[in-house]
Design a protein around this ligand. Sequence first.
Ligand SMILES: [Zn+2]
Ligand SMILES: [Zn+2]
Length: 384
Amino acid sequence: MRIRAAVLRHPSRPVEVEEVELDEPKAREVLVRVAAVGVCHSDVRHADGDLGPGKWPAVMGHEGAGVVEAVGEGVTHVVPGDRVALCFVPACRACRYCVSGKPNLCEVVAEHGARGMLMDGTSRLRLPDGTTLQHGLRTACFAERTVVAAGGAVRIPPALPLWQAALLGCGVVTAMGAVRNVARVQPGDSVAVLGCGGVGLQVIGAARLAGANPIIALDRVPEKLELARALGATHTVDGMGVADPVDAISQLSGGGVDYAFEVIGRPETIRSAWDAIRPGGTAVVVGLVPDGVEATVPAVEFLSDKSLVGTYYGSGDPALELPALAELALAGEIDLRGVVTHVGGLEGVEAALDRLRRGEGARTVLIVDDALAGYTEPDGLHRH
Ligand SMILES: [Zn+2]
Ligand SMILES: [Zn+2]
């Protein structure tokens, strides 16, 4: 079938919406009609070629929600008409990582996903001239429709508007997992969050849910610090307004925080997260650092029980957690609306990427299908 999709032809060129060909789902695959998608900083990394060579030509997008339109042979967990959030690690449930409780690290996904292919190593996408297109970040949801591996379509409660559900599959899973599965933040723990974009704001929300106090948010953009307060930050540090942000965090927390979350993906801020934790504290790197970039810390400080840890996609079982996170959103415990600063159509993808490059605003949601997305222009959030 012919669909419109945002295509990355080459990092030197802007991402444009084009007509592409999408094949029917094969066995253990699901065809999803996309309602809405979120634009994430990892999409900027993809578009700018920072994920390493060979990640194009591709249909972009990895955070979204929609409705199942058709299923391939052997798919039993969803049926046409189900509302789903997209999960960009469709775990195979059989490899050594999957069977040992780390489905986020599924090696089948890693093997084929790195080449932009589905779980059988092939693509369902091509340009009209026949050129194979990659399924960008295994999801390719900046499109009217997408075919994903079975595990990539997770049924969610129908009451949640899909324009909000679109945010669950990357930002929310990643942030909640970093706080709950990796740091295991307890009530009264002190937390600093470096970077208040779409994911950082959800980290703040997750820290609030966990009962952390204080929750110190650091960003260079005053508007994002305001959002951080709304999401649960008890203190904010303007990275442009103070001489030494780490010192500011240290003072606010009485000598360093228990947990610092780096949600930017830069070596300088990874170092700041390390410097911001107390002895015995843990710095969690959530941000995606460009391929080939190294980060350093003063290694003697490992002697003070400090830890520097990584996380990928929440470090849990995203397919299990997504429906529960949707329920938390419905119950008002997770604020999806609060991280959205811009709403547009699919054609707005390059403008959304540019805003992220400039550090402007938090999440942009692109409404692909108005009726399906259930978007009703809440106060102060207008489509443009
Ligand atoms: Zn993402
Ligand atoms: Zn696996």
